[in-house]
Design a protein. Structure first.
Lengths: 335, 406, 276
């Protein structure tokens, strides 16, 4: 036995060394370097060594000092918040629904449907964004279909419409401007603007995101459904449980771990939306599709404020951790 | 399975190599003026401009002194900034005048403005655009102005002549408006709306860019005028008619007038050769004529390996002969005064663009001012769309600018 | 009962249309002339059958170069991942050595760092290593991936020990046992990892955007694609047929791999579910 276990210490580290070097150089070192940069005033244009220490100024610009930057950061948070609140439930619900239908016994063409639903998930985000730019163009499919279904002609300029959905709803009932109570500001953005809802442009990106990710999550639910023992269902049905009871008493509780996973991955994914924004709207119109991820890119590579971009990255990291943490707590309590 | 370890070897050797020969640069205009390989970054608005630029580079390469590798990049400013941040800048590159203060402040550019041949020949206003804190960094390539581009057939059909006042512009736009076809299409952004500010005697800052001056009656007048015309449906944005920019909307006959610069000539020739159009000076506002100009210079990177060769190339590009050849083909205006008459003699139909040079305003402010312009652009988009008020836009831009100017 | 079944198939077919139609439409649109696109944007069937967009993409753009770069980067990064991840996964699952627990915890926490947070940091490190605008700079960061290590570890943990222990008793070294006995058994897991990596690297957009933005000769497909079909002064005019042709071409390789190895894709998603 000693011969089998003898050299394992050396071998273990040897086997691990490519991974350790790789993760060290491209994951750990970058994070450490960026943390340092986030406390410096560095444009990116001059050598890093020549930058000045900035204390917590980069963080203060984002969180406490009134400025355009903080206003933009607030907008990006607002947009992404609506994005998460829209996309995560939509993709989870649709994925669950499709998984249930695809999982039904004696279904013909199961593989075909599963493939069709999952395929968008494996394609290039830029290619899909291009296809959706076309679908949402003023003379595109979306407007054509809506015009056919709804009374009147729909000629929305989806990707260039900055009106928030909640604002539009309020306008429909006659509220056109901020009521007195919402005139105040939080982080350089008025309460009225915080409560705008996602803009029409952002909604287009949200529809795209739901369309692309639903398939993956459907597969996860399918895997979860395979774990529901058939005997259990049969036993319940012999005991006289209706399909509805079987679903709520047996299937759903057993799927809780999968649901947990889908929600976690959904939240992590939606807080990072970048490619689609880059290709479809570049953060516009009127910054209603600006997301923290896009803001990191804009500040670092367009506005030459690398220090600030690094600071945003760390704030985003904290937000994601908090969000997944809260969601973990909520679901764990129910378990 | 060999690949990854080989990659690691490559990684290590690259690191060692760069460590070994990383520091052979230094200050000053050193290196030989010949035998160098240079990289140039540029942007282009159309295949027509692309072709002219490539020909210029080919002509230089044929002279056999140095070889230039031209890279025409989309989303140019970001690509350039990324390259500069990465510490591997191109040797020669276009610099937009509105980026110069930032580059000047960060010491990105080698000051070569006065090292080209006969530097006194360039327009003084252009030289000012490329001067930051007393240092004249780079020689201007050429310049363009915004003017009113109109469809001659539509004007004849409606019995119109080019408008000379705001009232006439409104009347013309109204007469040319049809459903889905506003009379005038202009992009909702600072330059296109800026012409009306200039005509109203308004400007976001004072002349020496030390104070924000958004909150004036003149600014209100300018913004309100354009906003009201959008509200009435006589002015429109390119996006609203399903186009990407004014020239596309104009070429596709989605409007009869647009506000664009010299580059529209190349785009029309290329994409819409059958549209008949003419260029007129923009109408005068309450404070007379006004427009905006754009300019680009040939920057040489402070970190360039071979500055002497880079300067040799810039001298070639800015030489009167070469500049004339380029601007003749792609009709932006020469930056050398001595070429003005000769250039205009070839293209009398573009006189309006030249005339604009006398009174044009520029979007050149101070380092970091782009966030204020961003905020203004948001506001302008809101005014064009009808979901913002003039007063709110003035307040938010004033505040954004004050953050920067103090 | 009949009604329910009809409802079920109705729903499935409706969703299948929603998921498939956009691809068919973009394929059809790529063969349309620009005037036809302006007037007919719903029918996937091109009336004009114009090859202009395809020649624009294949002949007049750098699309072939981007494809070549994408292949180089994808193959190299995938090989790197398979090599690094299987070694590390094996060590974490099977070898007893000091510090294993710490390393595993470290990998799990790296796994939790969202890639977007690494945008600026990775740019900085690659800059310091002078790896910007190079293949190496594109490949190396993509060849390192904590998720793959985790997946391989999970696989090796569940693999029966008998065979390799027999090999070790017969005198094979740890590496020999790993190479000759364990790896062949791990083929399904390696294939899953390969496919996951192929798809991920092929579609990767953020890394090329940051690393090779300034060097067009190193652009990979997704970034090259993002510059296609954009004309006009501000780059905001869309040439839809060109955009669609480029999109279809970018999707095709993944689609082929997807159809052939479908069950591995499904498995990769299912196995990432272990994580919860």
């Amino acid at each position: 036995m000693s011969r089998i276990h003898g050299r394992q210490g050396l071998a273990g580290w040897l086997f691990m060394s490519p991974a350790i070097i790789g993760l060290g150089v491209f994951m750990v070192a970058p994070i450490a370097l960026a943390l340092w940069v986030s406390f410096r005033d560095w444009s990116g244009l001059t050598p890093l060594g020549a930058s000045e220490p900035a204390g917590a100024a980069n963080y203060a610009d984002l969180l406490t000092d009134s400025s355009v930057v903080r206003g933009d950061f607030a907008k990006s948070l607002r947009n992404n918040l609506y994005y998460v609140l829209g996309v995560v439930p939509a993709q989870t619900f649709l994925a669950f629904l499709l998984a249930l239908v695809v999982n039904a016994r004696l279904l013909k063409g199961r593989t075909f449907f599963r493939t069709a639903f999952y395929f968008p998930s494996v394609t290039s985000s830029i290619a899909v964004a291009f296809i959706f730019i076309f679908l949402f163009s003023p003379t595109g499919v979306v407007n054509t279909v809506l015009s056919a279904v709804l009374p009147g002609k729909v000629d929305l300029v989806w990707l260039d419409d900055s009106d928030g959905l909640l604002h539009l709803l309020l306008r429909a009932v006659g509220v056109d401007a901020a009521p007195g109570a919402l005139r105040g500001e939080f982080m350089d953005l008025s309460w009225w603007d915080w409560l705008s809802g996602p803009s029409v442009a952002l909604s287009s990106v949200m529809i795209l995101a739901t369309w692309t990710t639903t398939g993956t999550f459907m597969l996860m639910f399918l895997a979860g459904l395979q774990n529901v023992p058939e005997e259990l269902e049969e036993a319940a049905s012999i005991d006289g449980a209706s399909p509805r009871q079987r679903f709520f008493r047996i299937t759903l509780p057993l799927l809780k771990p999968t649901l947990f996973l889908v929600l976690t991955l959904g939240i992590i994914g939606t807080w990072q939306v970048f490619d689609q924004v880059y290709a479809m709207t570049s953060g516009g119109p009127q910054k209603t599709t600006l997301t923290p991820a896009y803001l990191i890119y804009r500040e670092g590579f367009q506005n030459s404020a690398m220090g600030r971009a690094a600071a945003i990255a760390f704030v985003v990291l904290v937000i994601i951790l908090v969000f997944t943490g809260v969601q973990r707590l909520v679901l764990r309590k129910e378990r | 399975m060999i690949r990854p370890s080989r990659l690691l070897t490559i990684l290590l050797s690259t690191v060692l190599l760069t460590a070994a020969c990383g520091d052979d640069g230094g200050g000053g205009t050193e290196g030989n003026a010949t035998g160098a390989k240079l990289t140039m970054f540029a942007f282009s608005s159309s295949p027509a401009e692309d072709a002219v630029l490539r020909k210029a580079v080919d002509d230089y390469n044929k002279q056999g002194r140095n070889t230039v590798d031209l890279k025409v990049l989309p989303e140019y400013d970001t690509a350039l900034t990324t390259a500069l941040s990465g510490g591997e800048p191109p040797d020669v590159f276009y610099v937009n005048d509105n980026k110069l203060p930032d580059f000047g402040k960060n010491g990105v550019l080698e000051p070569i403005g006065d090292k080209v041949d006969n530097p006194g020949d360039f327009y003084d206003t252009l030289k000012q655009s490329f001067t930051y804190k007393g240092t004249y960094y780079c020689a201007p390539k050429d310049f363009s102005t915004l003017q009113l581009v109109y469809n001659t057939a539509d004007f004849t059909a409606a019995g119109l002549t080019p408008p000379t006042t705001w009232d006439e512009l409104t009347a013309a736009a109204k007469a040319l408006t049809k459903p889905g076809h506003p009379g005038l299409v202009l992009g909702p952004e600072f330059y296109r709306w800026g012409v009306f500010m200039a005509q109203a005697g308004a400007w976001p800052t004072n002349d020496d860019v030390t104070k924000m001056t958004m909150d004036t009656a003149e600014m209100r007048t300018a913004l309100q005028y354009v906003t009201d015309n959008h509200k009435a449906g006589w002015f429109g944005t390119p996006a609203a008619v399903g186009a990407g920019w004014g020239g596309e909307a104009f070429g596709k006959a989605l409007t009869s007038m647009t506000i664009e610069g010299n580059w529209i000539v190349g785009a029309m020739k290329n994409d819409f050769p059958n549209t008949k159009y003419a260029v007129a000076e923009l109408p005068a506002g309450p404070k007379g004529k006004g427009t905006m100009s754009y300019s680009v210079c040939y920057g040489v990177a402070k970190a360039a390996k071979n500055k002497a060769a880079a300067l040799d190339f810039v001298k070639f590009l800015t030489s009167p002969d070469e500049q004339y050849t380029v601007t003749k083909e792609f009709p932006v205006m020469p930056s050398r005064k001595s070429l003005a008459d000769k250039w205009l003699a070839d293209k009398p139909e573009l006189k309006a663009f030249v005339a604009g040079g006398d009174y044009a305003k520029k979007s050149v402010f101070v380092p970091g001012f782009s966030t204020a312009i961003d905020t203004f652009n948001d506001g302008i988009q809101g005014l064009a769309k009808g979901n913002k008020q003039v007063g709110d836009v003035i307040t938010s831009t004033q505040k954004a600018g004050t953050d920067i100017l103090g | 009962m009949v009604f329910r079944r009809a409802l079920r198939y109705g729903l499935l077919i409706a969703f299948a249309v929603v998921f498939i139609y956009p691809f068919l439409l973009s394929l059809g649109t790529s063969f349309k002339s620009r005037p036809e696109v302006a007037t007919s944007s719903v029918s996937p069937w091109p009336r004009s059958f114009d090859l202009r967009a395809w020649t624009d993409v294949l002949v007049h753009s750098d699309f072939p170069l981007w494809t070549f770069n994408s292949i180089v980067v994808t193959v190299a990064a995938t090989l790197g991942r398979v090599f690094i991840d299987s070694l590390a996964g094996y060590a974490l699952a099977r070898l007893n050595f000091r510090g294993r627990g710490v390393l595993f915890a470290g990998i799990i926490s790296v796994l939790a760092v969202p890639p977007i947070v690494l945008t600026v940091p990775r740019f900085l490190v690659l800059k310091e290593l002078s790896l910007l605008n190079s293949y190496t700079g594109l490949i190396l960061p993509l060849a390192v991936d904590a998720m793959g290590i985790f997946l391989m570890r999970q696989f090796f943990v569940e693999l029966p020990r008998e065979l390799e222990e027999a090999a070790r008793i017969d005198g094979a070294s740890i590496f020999q046992a790993y190479w000759h006995v364990v790896l062949p058994l791990a083929r399904p897991a390696l294939l899953t990892l390969t496919i996951l990596s192929f798809q991920g690297v092929w579609n990767e957009f953020l890394m090329p955007l940051i690393v090779v933005r300034a060097s067009p000769s190193h652009w990979t497909l997704p970034f090259g694609l993002s510059t296609l079909g954009r004309g006009g002064a501000g780059g905001q005019s869309f040439d839809y047929p060109v955009m669609m042709a480029g999109s279809i071409l970018t999707i095709i390789p993944v689609a082929i791999v997807f159809v052939i190895f479908q069950r591995y894709f499904v498995r990769s998603v299912a196995s990432s579910g272990v994580k919860g």
